[in-house]
Design a protein around this ligand. Sequence first.
Ligand code: C2E
Ligand code: MG
Ligand code: MG
Ligand code: MG
Length: 283
Amino acid sequence: AAKAAGGDRFVFYTREMTDRAETRLRLESGLREAVAARAFELVYQPKIEAAGGRLTGFEALIRWRHEGAAVSPADFIPVAEDTGLIIEIGRWVLEEACRTATRWALDHGPVPVAVNVSARQLADPGFARLVEQVLQRHGTPPNLLELEITETVIMKDVRHHLPTLNRLRDLGVRIAIDDFGTGYSSLAYLRQLPVDVLKIDRSFVNDLPHAPDIASTVIALAQRLLLSTVAEGVETAEQRHWLAEAGCDCLQGYLISRPLAAEAAEAMVMTAFARTEPLPMTA
Ligand code: C2E
Ligand code: MG
Ligand code: MG
Ligand code: MG
């Protein structure tokens, strides 16, 4: 009986593994076709000032519909990383975000757009040059582009990434550390890194207001290092209130807005610049 049970278990695992391998293969070949056909889309999630609520920028997030259904970037970005397809996908994201930021700046006013950069893109020796070329090609003021890099990716190999980060900073591009607080940050390194923004990971925002220690610590650290803070994944009025009181600079999350299609995001930009009060001189 024991042997039979073991046999069943073996069969079960085998089938599951085959299914997984098949799913993965379908995803991979679908992704290749999508890259060739440029079958992706960007949606834009706004960020606002915690005090005052003014629009401060957007984060571009990739969307892909495959076999009639939306596939989460959390599922296909890792596959794109493994296969190297991320290099071409990342280039498309960068181009599309810069084209959009330039168009909005010309039609309405300057609003920064942030783009997520994955490990393999950042490690690519041509990355800083690519960013420079894309900015030139689209006539994008460099301060309208922000690059979001997760803490884990930056900190895993700081020494290796530092020259690239410095070149990006020299171009005038802003750098944000995404999902901050989830990885292991060396404080000594953090002080040396050419970064502008810390994005407090959603998991810590989710703990507010009852377990505020990580969020408090990140805000205090950022103030100390003269970095600005963005809280991601703000979903409740209580979280918003706590963050504003604690001195967090910007907020992002479903409470403020879901990621929006380009047209809806543009309507927000238009409204932001249609106000009658004088606008601040900084972008
Ligand atoms: P991320 O950069 O940390 O982006 C935040 C994710 O949280 C997004 O999911 C966003 O839609 C979601 N989100 C925003 N506000 C809330 C909220 O209030 N509650 C909840 N529950 N979720 C919220 P999304 O678009 O599915 O992206 C997931 C991850 O995939 C991103 O995490 C990013 O790491 C990666 N990603 C997305 N687009 C790109 C891209 O163009 N290139 C690269 N390399 N990675 C991307
Ligand atoms: Mg991000
Ligand atoms: Mg994030
Ligand atoms: Mg995240």
